[in-house]
Structure formats: C-alpha cells, structure tokens
Design a protein around this ligand. Structure first.
Ligand code: GLY
Length: 386
C-alpha cells in the first residue's frame, strides 16, 4: 500500500474539481491465501474506473452488474459506463437488497438474470452495494456454474471494512442469519470512499460499529483514532475514510490470512455477534440494523467479560462512551432471556452444543470462551435491556 502523488498540475489548484483534489489519497491491501491472492483498492473515484480493474482480473465479453436498487440509482450508471468502456456487455439487475431480502428467493431471481444473460464460467459478477448485496451476489457467484469471478464493490462503510473482504457469502433462513452460504473469495475488491457521502447517517454509524469492533479486538490505536476523528468520520471526509477503511481492512486481512475458514482466530471478528445475532433473530430481521445490533452486542459481551473478571469496568465505560458519542444504540427493548438464549443456540458459533463467546480481556485483545455461566450471559442482556 502507499500514497500516490498528484500527477496533474490542476490538482490542489483553487479551481480543481473536488474529485480531482481528493484523488491523491489511495491505498491498497493485498490478501494472500493458499488458493488465491487479491487486492483491495481504496481510492476516491475508484468506481468510475472499475471496468479496467474488472478487465485486468476477469477479461470476458459479458459480465453481470448485480446492484442494490438505491445504490444503482446513485452509482449504477457510472459503473455500467465504466464496464462498457472496458469492453463488457453488462447484464444488470437492481433489486431491493435489505436484510429481509437476503433470501433464496432473491438468489433465484439473480440466477435468472445470469441465465437469461447467458453468462459463462469466465464472466465476472460485480456486486455493487452494501453487505446484503455482497453476501447475496457473492453466494450467487459462488454457485452459478459452480463459481464465476466475483468483484466486490462495497458502497457502505460496513461492507467496506468487513463483509466485502474475506470471502464469506450467504443468505438468511427463517432459522437464523447466514446459516446457508459458502466461503468464496473475490478476484478484487474496489472501494470508492466518495460514495460514503451519500450514505444515510444511520448506515454510516452501523459501519462504524464494526470499526470499533476491530479496535477492541486488535488495535487500541484504531479505537483512539476513531474517538479522535469522530467528527470527520461522521462527515465522511474522504481522506479520513481512506485511512479508516485501510486500517480496518489491514486488521481484517491479517485475521483472514491467518484463518480463512474460521477454525481459530477468525472467530475473534465475531466479537459482539453472538448477542447481536440473537437480537436480530428475535426482533425480526431488518427491524434493527446489523451494525446497531453489533453495537449492543459488544456492550453485552463486555459486560459478560466484566462479570467473569476478565476485564475491568473501565473498558466497558470506554466502549459505551465511544458508542454513545457516535450516536449508536446502547439500550434496546428485548424479549425474555429464555427466547434470547434459544436464539443464541442456533448461532453458527455454537460448537458441541456450547455457545462460544468472544470476550475482551483488555482493549485490543479478546479471548474465546465456551464455559460462560448463564448468570454472566444474563448480566450481558441486563446491561443493554431498556
Ligand atoms: N464478519 C466476520 C468475518 O468475516 O469473519
């Protein structure tokens, strides 16, 4: 990764277009796995040239642009033009892709788009949108003709720092979130932080919850960076976002490179998620946003860690202060404990019938425990129950 110097005499000049003035910051993070290697490119304006990137990784005459409808309205045309300039004939689909649509029904509709467009094994699928788009289109790419090249173009902060990198794809079923899916790595991830300017503030904060998570599990200085730069982050300042996204992807990349299939340390990325998934499942998918559930889940998990004497209360207070400063939810109405416990037991992270919890023992470090007494879990729920 590294900074690219401005090459145009117009850059930085008083009349320079905003886009050009911001274009000097870019970063690249490379993911190296036993079976593949791909770059995550983070660059303001990157979506305007995504066609070149796709062509360099998956040259073919046809491709599919699978986009969330709202994102497509905002950015679809420029991505489609870029694909055409790069010599593709794209078939396009713009579906409503909220958490409630992350289903087999949507998958079938996307298969139909690919089949009707006669996409072949070498034809790339470009996923343009947030986490649901990436997970659903990613699952389609993983299974259509037993796998076609996938380019992730995440347009929400959550998808940029988490779900677009590392190859998790899948859909929800009534029994639980993400219970059906595949590990399927993209051939490239293209991130344009300028699109964050059009992201609703609630969605931006949801992504921030995953950034806070990375700070708590691996990097105290990232936690402090978020705290110090909160106003710039919430204003989606492009330079700040390039740094924020790069730092988060570096953490995610290091974890995924160590443990692609989640047999060990990748589980650390699930900090807060055991509680979060139970919140989402019991309140109904889509009612509470995933990032909001993660914010609450991290607090519940940290309270559980305090009860276990793994960490002191100051850590909980520090976390709560940052989440509150970012206007994230810290309390929520919840169903009775036994309903929440039942939902937790359906989680993928249950092993041998025991629920596994990722718990902080200090800022920047977590441990996995499957021996947490029910009373400590109940204290976690009490912490966030309104
Ligand atoms: N979102 C957690 C992971 O990718 O493992």
């Amino acid at each position: 990764m590294g900074a690219r110097e401005p090459s145009s005499p117009w850059l930085g000049g008083p009349e320079a277009p905003i886009r050009a003035r911001q274009a000097h910051t870019m970063a690249r993070v490379t993911i190296e796995l036993p079976q593949c290697r791909y770059d995550v490119v983070i660059e303001p304006g990157a979506l305007e040239n995504v066609g070149e990137t796709v062509r360099s990784r998956a040259p073919h005459d046809r491709c599919a642009l699978l986009a969330d409808r709202t994102v497509s309205d905002l950015h679809g045309r420029s991505v489609e033009h870029s694909l055409r300039r790069a010599g593709y004939e794209p078939v396009t689909s713009a579906l409503e892709l909220g958490e409630a649509n992350k289903t087999f029904d949507t998958v079938q509709r996307l298969y139909d788009v690919l089949l009707d467009g006669r996409l072949e094994r070498r034809s790339p699928v470009i996923a343009l949108g947030g986490g649901v788009t990436g997970d659903t289109a990613g699952f389609v790419a993983a299974t259509y003709l037993r796998g076609v090249p996938l380019v992730q173009c995440p347009t929400t902060l959550l998808a940029m720092v988490d779900s677009s990198v590392g190859g998790k794809t899948g859909v929800n079923v009534p029994q639980g979130k993400n219970l059906i899916g595949a590990f399927y790595q993209p051939v490239a991830v293209v991130i344009d932080p300028l699109v964050l300017a059009t992201l609703p503030p609630r969605a931006l904060r949801c992504g921030l919850a995953e950034c806070v998570k990375h700070g708590v599990i691996r990097d105290e200085s990232l936690f402090e960076f978020i705290r110090a730069r909160l106003p710039q982050i919430l204003a989606a300042d492009p330079e700040t976002m390039v740094e924020l996204v790069r730092r988060n992807i570096e953490i995610k990349a290091a974890v995924v490179m160590q443990d692609e299939r989640e047999t060990g340390v990748r589980a650390h990325l699930n900090f807060g998620h055991t509680f979060a998934h139970a919140i989402e499942a019991t309140t109904g998918y889509g009612k509470i946003e995933h990032g909001e559930a993660v914010s609450l889940g991290m607090l519940a998990a940290t309270r559980t860690a305090v009860e276990l004497d793994l960490c002191d209360k100051a850590l909980l207070q520090r976390l709560e202060a940052l989440l509150q400063a970012a206007d994230m939810p810290v309390r929520v109405e919840l169903p009775p404990d036994d309903e929440l416990t039942a939902a937790m037991q359906l989680d993928k992270k249950v092993s041998g019938g025991r629920t596994r919890f990722v718990l902080p023992d200090r800022m920047g470090n977590v441990v996995v425990r499957d021996d947490v007494p029910p009373g400590c879990v109940r204290a976690g729920w009490r912490e966030i129950r309104r």
